[in-house]
Ligand binder design. Sequence first.
Ligand code: GNR
Ligand code: NI
Length: 169
Amino acid sequence: MTVRTVIKFPNPNLKKISEPVTVFDENLKQLVQDMFETMYEDKGIGLAAPQIDVHKQIVVIDTSEDKSEQRVIINPRFILEEGETGIEEGCLSVPLDYRAYVKRFEHVIVECQNEKGETYQIDAHDLLAICIQHELDHLKGVLFIDYLSSLKRNLLLSKIKKEERRNRK
Ligand code: GNR
Ligand code: NI
């Protein structure tokens, strides 16, 4: 198992559209294990493959406190989206520990595959539903900061650039 490097905004690769997984082999299982290790290392509750520069439709999620609820979501599609909720979101691919409120569906049902290629559904509410929407956005090249006004996003971008200059000096 290997902790992979998480790429960060404004890396343009985060905007790439992820491709469906077609081969469910040992390499895929290894990649999924690396994603869990990387997510736990960075204290995240979810990680999408494009965040480690792998542009495939693979997501791992564990919203538990004790690594007890591992979910593998491959080739997902929403079959239900209803209600409304939202929290201050953060992202392992957004620097400076930036957080902002995002409006999301409160209840989602997703049809997807696991690492063996078996199709199943996840019926999710609240934090799990929010996390699923955040991760599935990554597969479409969307970050939570894309929902902010361009004013706020550009302010964040200039803060990131400033911090980069500071770290280089
Ligand atoms: O660890 C994470 N926490 C989080 C908090 C609120 C809303 C979404 C998330 S997902 C994030 C990990 C991450 O960046 N996944 O892509
Ligand atoms: Ni994220």
